[in-house]
Design a protein around this ligand. Sequence first.
Ligand code: FAD
Ligand code: DHB
Length: 390
Amino acid sequence: MKTQVGIIGGGPSGLLLSQLLHLQGIDSVVLERQSREYVLGRIRAGVLEHGFAKLMREARCGERMDREGEIHHGFFIAHDGIRQRIDLHALTGGNSVIVYGQTELTRDLYAARDAAGGQVIHNAEDVKPHAIDSRQPYLTYRRGDDIVRVDCDFIIGCDGFHGVSRKAIPKDKLTEFERVYPFGWLGVLSRTRPVSPELIYATHPRGFALCSLRSQVLSRYYIQVPLADSVEQWSDELFWDELKRRLPDDVAAQLMTGASIEKSIAPLRSYVCEPMRWGSLFLAGDAAHIVPPTGARGLNSAASDVYYLYHALVDHYHHGDDRGLDEYSAKALARVWKGQRFSWWMTTLLHRFPDSSAFERRLQDTDLAYLFSSRQAQASLAENYVGLPF
Ligand code: FAD
Ligand code: DHB
């Protein structure tokens, strides 16, 4: 098989890039290890910045997002009896975020690729990039007993944190930066009315909690849990009781509980690898960097990688200009690190760290007090939350 751009990973990064390239007449093949049902069964991001939404529209995939997604002009931070609204719209001069699930967004991207006859190959086993230090790279994957070869000009690694792409870069050429947090997020999805029309990020001596949503009939809640906890330890009843304890009393009193339709634990990690390009291999999204979910940056950081790569590939194929490809890693990383800083800051601000000293907890309280009292501090938070320009 032959294509121009071989993409590993059929998550949002890979699908969005494939669709954008298609609209510019550039051919790609997406190799996805899992089945489509499996990919669509993962419950992940819920908050999209306007830059991501714009890119979805540019990919002609934004129609349902614009119809069914909710525009949020603000959110709340609850701390020590105070509920502070962060007025995103007013603080950023008119920006906002869209609440639209990653599952739905992925469904829309699949639909667009299908409609255009795009090649998204599921259940591709043992995907391997080859000859990435040459100008004739290729991919192989296994289907049953057959090994299939895909020749291409470029390989794009969009295969998430645990994928194979990053591992194909020689270890001595890669610098990794990492922070692993001593807790995870236990998330529950339930067919209940959300407790608040806008998100609530809540601090509590027992740990962080987040009230989010997918629609007015679908709620998404998270609580901070120790890393050693397993989903089996958390019955629905235990989850709701713990969530209520961590929310302001008036919010807890209004919380509508119900059976969970999904429950999972996500560990929290900050990670960046540099560079994001090696030879003919380019990394994008979670394959190159991970953030703790607190600032809702992960998918949004993936979007800027896709944006830079898309333009770089168009310049290469349409204008014979390789500057975008050459500058990709440095350009993408500059924005990635801003997302890293913000996610680390928001995680540090809002979580209870098991080994924190009394001094560190006082600083945390002071940081929150400053945020609640300073419009400038809120403006900085808002500017980062809605997304810095690409
Ligand atoms: P992925 O979504 O991980 O996709 C990678 C794909 O590659 C997968 O389909 C995988 O099956 C496939 N793959 C892996 N290995 C191979 C292989 N060897 N061969 C072929 N295919 C392979 N981000 C936000 O911006 N906003 C939020 O509100 C937000 N909330 C989050 C909440 C939670 C609980 C979590 C866990 C994450 C959240 N994120 C959020 C982060 C966001 O979900 C990720 O950043 C996003 O999924 C990254 O997309 P991706 O396409 O780069 O990677
Ligand atoms: C969601 C996830 C986040 O990380 C976040 O900051 C806000 C919302 C969500 O899954 O709804």
